[in-house]
Ligand binder design. Structure first.
Ligand code: ZN
Length: 391
């Protein structure tokens, strides 16, 4: 059990406040057979809260169990709403930091879509680092501006000269966050004061909404604006901006090596505020779990077909936490690379939206409210008038 705080190093035994035992260790790996899916390796999750820095982490996380590879399907670019958000972020960073004809590096670049857009938009040269990168997802022409390293970010990369280092939806998968950020800090310092920009989920929203579907094994580290700001400052990075994006679901921090002791950013919430949010989560999570459990099981018992829209980590956490199996008739995804594959744990097969034309649902649960309008439109185009709700 990792009880020392990985963010600030505090050694006092932390408060444990949520657990989900025996959950699939991966939620985005494509699983080829139902057997493999229901026998998927599991691990335990117990969340701890550090009262000194506000950091939240899974004390039972075992990093050696993780297998990130090309079979890891994390991309969200098949959604128009997500693509718009990504393009707006590219434009903002290019304009704000003058990223034109520069060298840009992305840690945890996934399939490389964001990095390629950043290179295209500012005529930049890119390096992407990610063990799950796949060269077959893009036309050769699109790849002229970037090279990719199919491995985890490590010490050897810190010699790489660059003007801008971005890292999106990766830090929450890393358990030794402080050690990782020290590596990034040395890199940016050595690279001549490169700008650093990180994007990751906001734990404050997860706690406030008791969003248990956003708590899963791969995410071993959970940040708020405050704990993220405190981490960056503690390793001598000066925060240029700190804010929330994508319907307030994501945190973004932009920083550079500090010349003097970094000062707190105005967006960092007070420790007491996060502490009380954790207590509220603790007292209301059971009723939230009961609500969704009853919702799905009562519809199923009444003979209605319930479909879940979205087959990513939220679906894996939602279905496994509530142990929903036959009660959910279909799991839908718009990403064609996922069709025919199976969901770790519950073993649901992932199907296309078009399959709903024949197996018509009565109730559709959207795994992310940000895509609600997009899902409603898709259903209407197929003349499906199911009731659509979002988590
Ligand atoms: Zn701490």
């Amino acid at each position: 059990m990792r009880t020392n705080c990985p963010n600030c190093g505090a050694t006092e035994t932390p408060e444990l406040f949520y657990e989900h035992l025996n959950l699939p260790i991966h939620s985005c790996l494509l699983v080829a057979t139902v057997d493999e899916a229901v026998n998927f390796p599991t691990g335990d999750l117990r969340l701890a809260y550090c009262r000194f820095c506000g950091f939240i982490w899974n004390v039972d996380f075992q990093p050696e169990l993780m297998r990130y590879s090309a079979a890891y399907e994390e991309t969200q670019v098949f959604s128009a709403h997500f693509r718009e958000f990504q393009s707006a972020l590219v434009n903002r960073w290019v304009d704000r930091y003058g990223l034109r004809n520069r060298q840009v590096l992305e840690i945890g670049c996934g399939k490389g879509d964001f990095l390629l857009e950043l290179c295209e938009r500012g005529h930049n040269i890119g390096l992407g680092i990610d063990p799950s990168y796949r060269p077959d997802r893009h036309e050769p022409k699109a790849l002229q501006r970037a090279v990719f390293a199919t491995e985890l970010y490590n010490e050897a990369h810190t010699d790489q000269k660059c003007d801008f280092i971005c890292c999106r939806h990766t830090l929450e998968h890393i358990c030794d966050v402080r050690e990782f950020m020290k590596l990034v800090q040395r890199h940016t310092d050595g690279a001549g004061h490169a700008i650093v920009a990180f994007e990751l989920p906001d734990v404050e929203r997860v706690l406030t909404e008791q969003a248990f579907w956003d708590i899963y094994y791969e995410h071993c580290s959970y940040f708020s604006l405050g704990s993220l700001g405190r981490l960056f400052r503690s390793i001598n990075l000066e925060i240029l901006d700190l804010y929330k994006e994508f319907d307030e679901q994501y945190l973004i921090v932009e920083a550079q090596p500090a010349k003097a002791t970094p000062r707190p950013h105005a967006a960092e919430e007070a420790l007491e505020q996060l502490a009380s949010t954790v207590q509220e989560f603790k007292s209301s999570i059971t009723s939230r779990l009961d609500h969704w459990n009853r919702y799905v099981r009562e519809h199923h018992a009444a003979g209605r077909r319930v479909a879940v829209w979205g087959s990513g980590s939220k679906a894996v956490a939602f279905l496994n936490r509530l142990d929903l199996r036959k009660e959910v008739a279909a799991v839908i995804d718009i990403n064609p690379h996922k069709h025919g594959k199976f969901l770790a744990g519950t073993g649901h097969q992932i199907v296309s939206p078009q399959s709903l034309r024949t197996d018509r649902p009565d109730v559709v649960i959207a795994m992310n409210p940000a895509y609600l309008q997009e899902i409603r439109n898709d259903l209407l185009q197929m003349d499906i008038h199911a009731s659509v709700v979002a988590l």
